[in-house]
Design a protein around this ligand. Structure first.
Ligand code: ACO
Length: 322
């Protein structure tokens, strides 16, 4: 049986840091409100001249290097993003060109904050069934571009960044299971309500912004993610006590704590970056994972759960051995 294993990781954060105290000077908000409700202290914001593919390229090159690979070894590229550089070509094709890679499948996946899990699921299944041997999977966002900087209920929560993984065919596990979910009935609770087909004038006028009914999203996220992590354990006949690390999507520290409780896991076994990154949407899991691999918290052979929840709603979980 073929397995899919993560063999390299990389990430990138734009240089500019926007703290809660900076936001206090722009909005009717406080560091105390933002930190107590979300766990966020600061976030990174892309420079005006920096786009999603730029962030993705930095993260991808670091992941390729850490896997001891060269761009020429890559035979599949999947990018999860809500904020592509262009309507088309996909950010994956733009990235492929930057890396000088020719003739491998390259495409984007759009599942908002659950996007990285969706993209990793595609890569996992491509390796198992379609002969891909060395895939590059990236989560990259310039979410700051789809925020209304006058809406304090949303703009304080998000940040920009990118994370990447190299996933290779292997004869030992690897990704052990993946469960994806979506329910479009909740499309209005968390959305950018316009797109190129429905309201191109608003996009040209720069009014394509994120809207969220935070309380409703919060309730659904806690329930859906709690169920999704238990689904991952059950599918692998795995006990909670066998899990070394939870690497959650970083939307809100209170959601993260609730899921850790559901897993009976100490917060010492949870990778948290939300205080410094905010919610970087599809980039948050690979950013957090790369940080913990590089500082030697996550080690080879350990069992890890990923979980994410985002607009759609979309959500899912993944269990893997690193
Ligand atoms: N500063 C100060 N006050 C604020 C701010 C702010 N930045 N934002 C809102 N408030 C006010 C509100 O106006 C409200 O005031 P009111 O009671 O006078 O009307 C009050 O604070 C309370 O607001 P709530 O919405 O009740 O705050 P809550 O405790 O629910 O926290 C939050 C809000 C942080 C958004 C939380 O609901 C949340 O994290 N939701 C889930 C987010 C999430 O998981 N998203 C999924 C991924 S994102 C994606 O897919 C794109």
């Amino acid at each position: 049986m073929k397995f899919a294993r993560i063999t390299g990781t990389g990430s990138y954060l734009p240089e500019k840091i926007l703290s809660n105290h900076d936001l206090e000077t722009l909005l009717d908000t406080t560091d105390q409100w933002i930190y107590s409700r979300s766990g966020i202290r600061e976030r990174h914001i892309a420079a005006d001249s920096e786009f999603t593919c730029d962030l993705a390229e930095h993260a991808a090159r670091r992941a390729i290097e850490s896997a001891g690979r060269k761009p020429v070894d890559i035979d599949l590229i999947v990018v999860a993003t809500t904020t592509p550089d262009q309507v088309f070509p996909s950010t994956a094709c733009l990235l492929q060109n930057r890396l000088g890679i020719h003739d491998c499948p390259a495409f984007d996946v759009q599942a908002v904050c659950a996007g990285f899990i969706y993209a990793l699921d595609v890569v996992y299944r491509q390796i198992q069934t379609s002969g891909s041997k060395c895939a590059l999977v990236v989560g990259a966002e310039t979410f700051s571009r789809i925020l209304n900087w006058k809406d304090r209920s949303t703009c304080v929560l998000f940040g920009d960044g990118a994370g990447a993984m190299i996933v290779e065919e292997s004869d030992r596990p690897g990704i052990m299971s993946s469960h994806l979910h979506a329910d479009g009935a909740f499309k209005d609770l968390l959305c950018v309500p316009v797109g190129v087909s429905t309201a191109y004038q608003e996009i040209l006028a720069g009014r394509a912004y994120t809207e969220m009914q935070g309380k409703e999203v919060f309730k659904w996220a806690v329930t859906a993610l709690g169920d999704a992590v238990l689904e991952a354990l059950e599918a692998n006949d795995c006990d909670q006590s066998e899990i070394d690390w939870l690497v959650p999507h970083q939307a809100n520290i209170r959601i993260i704590r609730a899921i850790a409780r559901r897993l009976d896991l100490s917060m010492d076994n949870v990778i948290v970056t939300i205080d410094r990154h905010g919610n970087t949407s599809a980039a948050s899991i690979p950013l957090a994972f790369d940080e913990a691999v590089r500082d030697n918290r996550i080690k080879p052979g350990q069992k890890i759960i990923f979980e994410a929840f985002g607009g759609g709603f979309t959500w899912g979980s993944m269990l893997l051995e690193y």
